[in-house]
Design a protein around this ligand. Structure first.
Ligand SMILES: [Zn+2]
Length: 205
């Protein structure tokens, strides 16, 4: 029996490319076709540059051994920057949250990327995140303040509370971003000024 791909009027290869684009977030069937047509029309060099960039990012990008942010080195640029305070650590869910907070320019400490949030319904528990590593880091480096910047959602708040409870008897001040950011929204879409205000106005958890 023929597959849908083989039935495609453009043939198997083009159908496959459309399929792959279609699997990307926010790319529907029509956009996937438009992108495939763009690849068909552009030079072999341009098309290969795109393919190489995708291959390269998958082989050279890894997690920082300290904060779990994305990096091409053993330790990321933020962790190896002496001008950033190692005793103030901002806890976020994803590397893209680091990008958002950095764009505010209002934070001079370091980060810790959890790799998500505790979500029992999706089978994501504390052991699936970098929470143990965070606790160890706080104790090893004598961290004085943890700024909880998980998303202001039920699960993000729950994750922050879980970490706060773990560190209850440790000598670390735990703060959270001020609530300029609407509850239920996600950090990565908050604007720069809003994030800067939220960082400056952080309060005890
Ligand atoms: Zn790092």
């Amino acid at each position: 029996m023929k597959t849908d791909e083989a039935d495609h009027p453009y043939g198997r290869s083009v159908a496959r490319l459309i399929e792959e684009f279609n699997r990307l977030p926010g790319i529907g069937k029509k956009s996937a076709e438009r992108l495939a047509n763009h690849i068909l029309a552009c030079s072999a060099a341009d098309a290969n540059a795109l393919a190489d960039a995708i291959r390269d990012v998958k082989t050279s990008v890894k997690r920082c051994s300290i904060c779990f942010n994305l990096t091409e080195d053993e330790v990321c640029g933020l962790c190896s920057n002496d001008r950033r305070d190692p005793q103030v650590v901002c806890v976020v869910e994803q590397p893209r949250d680091v990008v958002a907070l950095e764009s505010s320019g209002a934070f001079t400490g370091r980060y810790h990327v959890l790799g998500g949030r505790i979500a029992p319904l999706e089978g994501i528990g504390p052991e699936n995140l970098t929470i143990n590593q965070l606790v160890k880091r706080v104790r090893r480096d004598g961290v004085k303040e943890l700024v909880m910047a998980t998303n202001p959602t039920l699960e993000g708040d729950g994750t922050a509370l879980f970490i706060t409870n773990l560190l209850e008897n440790d000598d670390v001040r735990i703060t959270r971003l001020a609530r300029g950011i609407a509850s239920g929204s996600v950090l990565e879409f908050a604007n720069r000024e809003m994030l800067a205000d939220a960082l400056r106005g952080r309060q005890s958890f």
